[in-house]
Design a protein around this ligand. Structure first.
Ligand code: ADP
Ligand code: MG
Length: 728
């Protein structure tokens, strides 16, 4: 088959595909929600009271004794074998970005003919995966190239059913033998611990009855869906997750008729299918809708504890990929699969709540609740103000960089949007113009009332990377492929640190004789003055913002290696060290790993661009050019006038000129790559890939896309944007 007929065949397949019939449970959702999870109900049925209590206590950080771990493991095995499970795996989140598993059977041979099913406490609690192939940034010496996974009892075990077999999955952290974190989860758990402790300390200034604070997260996930056959006919999508060539369809998203439009039947069947599987796994999916770009969709669960929300999002992405295959679809999580139209993000809705049922980022209706709200609200703003580069680093990736600052995506400048009403509240608080409100006890309260309409009237500024949305902050700059543990670890840590500082200042002020409210208000007033340049209410997509941000001294970091530098900046190293979240060695290791990942991704894209240019784009162009030459020659031979073949000759020349450019630029890019490959130093190498190799991508694409518009449609080898995006 010629390459162009691969495209045409794929188009035919895609057109013929109908919605797949989905086997849905006949009961209501509440009957099967969490049925594949060893949750409360299953635990009560399969564990002794002692073991059950031990798991619950472990969620609060208490260690589990070995003999209890044996009991728990036995209960898990019994439950999961009843469900048809044969294998178990430690499930972890290495810094490669994907989740990893290594399966072991429960089955244990006793003699050559006898065997039993067994699962010990040891096997539950700790495992040694063959870890030498996971990135470690030089943390593990080659002679000690081992790490281990350790059970995280705060995230329940679950059963993955891939329709062929079932596996019991145990959420774990992944650490080196010397104890350094090699994954996303270990530092996330530590950051949650410090944040919840420091938030509790601050809470208790207001309300002594609070005993626990939890951090909550709701992750909105955007994605594209395209037909699997068309996907397979695009080597760039298959290998890099995005299109490296392709002329934007004439009908892009200008009409915006896709947003909230009705969901096509085939897609609807897919959504029902993966949602059902997700609900069985206890992932509380609630919302689904079309997104702005054609072929783009979004789903969102109810918020949960951060650790669980992150695990669920990782699991959901795996699930969505698996289920898509059953529907002849391919789900694209890449932040920018198509140039010229919207990319995909993963909005991280973040807040904190108390065991007394108070959302700490929800404006209250009494003056004292308001002061508590303002305390958490303003401390968060100050934390972002003080560590914008760290937040920027936490969302940097080779793929997210194509999205930030492009069509309808937050800029790479970190700022905070709070809406006009809260802006007013803060400026009143800052300048102390508020009328003194009297509360029932007759004390004067020195801060403004928050209008009650606030909650119903949240401004919907969608252009901000970090926005307050009524009762939570929404970190919108996070990329759709990201593991949310990375931005959440950064956010938790800076806010934890900030709350500690606040508490210390508060105590000093009270010791110095200030009244409680006065002390709080005066500290917050100082914070507002200090941090207000990070607040921005205008259009984050506009160019004026770039100028304005520069005037304010806010950085616009647009390249990945520059963004990652924040991880090894002195202040950031000190922050992670003093909060105990990551030590200096771990930070340096992460920095190395992230840079290496970046280099590899750019290197792969560069190779694919070279290959596709040489083996797809240029041959198609030359073959069409040959046809034009034949026709022109025939016309000449007929003795017709020059007018008859001028178009042919002009087109032939045009093709030659574009082909020459593509050829030349590819050769130059290969040279740049070779030079970059000789560099040993990780940082310098990443910079060479970023600044010397990557700039060729857009240039080569420019000429290749011109050729796409010249070559006869049926001869073009790669499925076109309009074909990838508009199939229903
Ligand atoms: P939007 O208006 O942005 O579409 P929603 O109000 O539907 O958003 O919420 C988006 C996400 O924010 C959902 O996942 C939701 O569960 C989550 N969310 C709501 N309240 C909180 C909270 N207190 N903490 C964390 N996430 C929250
Ligand atoms: Mg939202």
């Amino acid at each position: 088959m010629t390459t162009s007929s691969i495209r045409l065949k794929a188009l035919e397949m895609a057109q013929q595909r109908a919605a797949v019939k989905v086997d849905l449970p006949s009961t209501k959702i509440s009957d099967y929600f969490g049925s594949a999870v060893f949750g409360d109900k299953a635990m009560k049925a399969h564990l002794s009271k002692e073991a059950y209590n031990a798991i619950r206590a472990a969620r609060e950080g208490k260690p589990i004794e070995r003999h209890i771990a044996d009991q728990i493991a036995a209960g898990m095995r019994q439950w999961s074998m009843n469900e048809g499970v044969t294998h178990y795996t430690h499930w972890f989140q290495p810094l490669t970005g994907a989740t990893a598993e290594k399966h072991d059977a429960f089955f244990e041979p006793l003699s050559d003919t006898e065997s039993i099913e067994k699962f010990s406490g040891n096997a539950l609690v700790q495992q040694e995966p063959d870890a030498s192939s996971f990135p470690n940034g030089g943390l593990r010496n080659t002679f000690e190239a081992r790490g281990y996974t350790a059970w995280d009892p705060s995230s329940p075990v679950f059963i993955v059913d891939n329709k062929i077999g079932k596996t019991l999955c145990i959420p774990t952290i992944f650490v080196s033998y010397t104890g350094e974190a090699l994954d996303y989860k270990a530092p996330l758990l530590k950051s949650l611990h410090v944040l919840e402790q420091s938030a509790l300390d601050v809470c208790r200034i207001f309300d002594k009855s609070v005993a626990k604070v939890s951090t909550t997260l709701g992750i909105e996930q955007e994605y594209f869906l395209i037909d699997e056959a068309l996907y397979n006919a695009r080597p760039d999508l298959v290998i890099t997750g995005r299109t490296l060539f392709g002329y934007s369809a004439a009908k892009g998203q200008q009409l915006e008729d896709h947003y909230f439009g009705s969901i096509p039947e085939r897609i609807y069947a897919y959504m029902l299918d993966f949602e059902t599987e997700a609900l069985k796994l206890g992932i509380p999916l609630k919302t689904r809708h079309n997104e702005v770009a054609p072929g783009q969709f979004e789903c969102a669960p109810n918020f949960e504890d951060v650790n669980l929300a992150v695990d669920h999002n990782q699991l959901l992405m795996d699930l969505m990929e698996k289920v898509a295959r059953r529907h002849g679809l391919k789900v694209l999580f890449h932040e920018k699969p198509f140039a010229g139209i919207n990319g995909s993000g993963k909005h991280n809705n973040w807040s904190m709540g108390t065991d007394t049922g108070v959302n700490l980022l929800s404006p209250g209706n009494t003056p004292s609740k308001n002061l508590q709200f303002l305390t958490f609200f303003i401390n968060t703003i100050k934390a972002v103000h003080d560590y914008p580069d760290l937040l920027r680093a936490s969302i940097a990736s080779s793929s997210n960089e194509h999205r930030l600052g492009a069509n309808e995506a937050p800029p790479s400048i970190i700022s905070v949007f709070i809406g006009s009403q809260l802006s007013e509240v803060l400026s009143e608080l800052e300048t102390n113009t508020a009328k003194k409100n009297d509360n029932s006890k007759g004390q004067s309260i020195l801060f403004p009332r928050i209008p009650e309409i606030l909650l119903d009237n949240t401004d919907r500024n969608r252009t901000s990377p970090f926005a307050f949305t009524g009762n939570k902050f929404e970190f919108r700059a996070v990329g759709s492929t990201a593991n949310s543990a990375s931005p959440m670890t950064a956010l938790n840590t800076i806010v934890a640190n900030q709350l500690r500082e606040f508490k210390a200042e508060f105590e000093a002020a009270v010791k110095g004789g200030m009244k409680k409210e006065e002390a709080i208000v005066s500290i917050l007033r100082g914070y507002i003055k200090h941090s207000k340049r990070i607040l921005f209410e205008g259009n984050g997509y506009g160019d004026e913002w770039k100028k304005e941000a520069e005037k304010r001294g806010l950085k616009n970091i647009t390249e990945v290696p520059d963004a990652f530098e924040a991880y090894v900046e002195k202040g950031v190293l000190a922050l992670f060290e003093k909060t105990g979240v990551l030590n200096e060695r771990e930070m340096h290791a992460r920095y190395e790993i992230l840079l290496e990942n970046f280099t590899k991704k750019v290197q792969i894209e560069s190779r694919v661009i070279g290959d596709l240019a040489n083996t797809h784009v240029i041959p198609a162009a030359l073959s069409y050019q040959g046809e034009l030459a034949d026709t022109a020659k025939k016309l000449m031979d007929l003795g017709v006038g020059k007018d008859a073949y001028t178009v042919h000759l002009n087109t032939i020349n045009e093709i030659s000129s574009h082909v020459t450019q593509v050829k030349k630029l590819v050769l130059e890019m290969v040279d740049a790559r070779k030079a970059a490959n000789k560099i040993e130093d990780t940082e310098k190498k990443a910079n060479a890939y970023c600044y010397k190799v990557k700039p060729y991508f857009a240039e080569i694409r420019y000429y290749a896309d011109k050729l796409e518009r010249i070559v006869a449609n049926e001869q073009w080898p790669l499925p076109k944007y309009r074909e990838l995006l508009f199939l229903k």
